[in-house]
Design a protein around this ligand. Structure first.
Ligand code: IPD
Length: 272
């Protein structure tokens, strides 16, 4: 067992037990607060799950660093160094969680030297567990998974989100890209959770996913999951993925990724 296995196994135990905090509210969680705008929301459960994970991991691995969605929202640092860093979204798909739409998950990525080396995406409501470790493949409920072989947008099912900001310029570009995919792709799907969208690409159910305005905690686990399933995860303009750039594009094949980089209208949000 190498060190990444040790980190991963411990994190997986914590994620599974924290999952019960989410599944207890499978029918919805009606008490919430607004964060940056009236569609960017947080519940007590988001905070409890994040505290459970960071509390447990920091006790076990005192030298490790953290980037947690709710800690950052409360004024914490969003700093990625070379140190082992756990990048945590305690409830990805908070809006779904509030409404009782059963697609929410805990997303936990581990970056070492700024590269994601392990990822866990767990939807306890419908029992979906996606995991990946560097060089060891990607798994869905313990079954190894692979991306699809789709190489052209005209044959691609694309996972897409409107995001959780009403910034006018960003929304305009979201709708332009929506039209482009509707006109040139096979179809669009929206899970309401960035991590689950990326998991669908890893599973081969969707062929690509992109988003502008996303955060590191939404994509860290998905990045290693998609790459270990044989796909690509890059910047939407074609360069390497930058976890703090708030931009992501993942696809089943390099050909499809390249076509999307040329097709998409680009947006450059302020960095994390
Ligand atoms: C959001 C979801 C949503 C995506 C947003 C994210 P949250 O995360 O992943 O699908 O479009 O960009 O912020 O707020 O539910 O953790």
């Amino acid at each position: 067992m190498d060190q990444i296995d040790e980190y991963f196994d411990f994190a997986l135990g914590l994620v599974k037990s924290a999952g019960s905090l989410i599944s207890e509210h499978a029918n919805g969680c009606k008490v919430f607060e607004k964060k940056s705008c009236d569609i960017d929301l947080v519940t007590e459960i988001d905070k409890k799950v994040e505290d459970t994970l960071i509390g447990g991991l920091s006790k076990q691995f005192p030298d490790h660093k953290f980037i947690g969605e709710e800690t950052v929202a409360a004024g914490g640092k969003c700093e990625l160094t070379d140190a082992p860093t756990w990048i945590i979204d305690p409830v990805d798909g908070t809006l779904n969680f509030i409404h009782g739409y059963p697609h929410s998950c805990i997303s936990v990525g581990l970056a070492i030297k700024k590269e994601c080396v392990a990822g866990i995406i767990y939807n306890p409501i419908i029992g979906q567990l996606f995991t990946a470790k560097k060089g060891k493949g990607a798994f869905y409920n313990d079954r190894q998974i692979h991306v699809s072989q789709i190489t052209e947008l005209r044959n691609a099912l694309v996972a897409f989100e409107c995001g959780t900001s009403r910034d006018e310029e960003r929304c305009k570009i979201v709708f332009e890209n929506f039209k482009l995919i509707v006109n040139h792709g096979h179809g669009l799907r929206s899970m309401g959770s960035a991590a689950l969208n990326m998991a669908m690409v890893a599973l081969g159910g969707a062929d690509a996913n992109f988003e502008f305005g996303i955060h590191a905690w939404d994509i860290a686990a998905g990045d290693i999951l998609v790459r270990e399933a044989g796909g690509v995860c890059i910047d939407p303009a074609g360069g390497p993925l930058d976890l703090l750039s708030r931009r992501v594009l993942c696809a089943s094949t390099p050909e499809l990724a390249q076509e999307l980089t040329k097709t998409l209208v680009q947006f450059y949000p302020e960095r994390d």
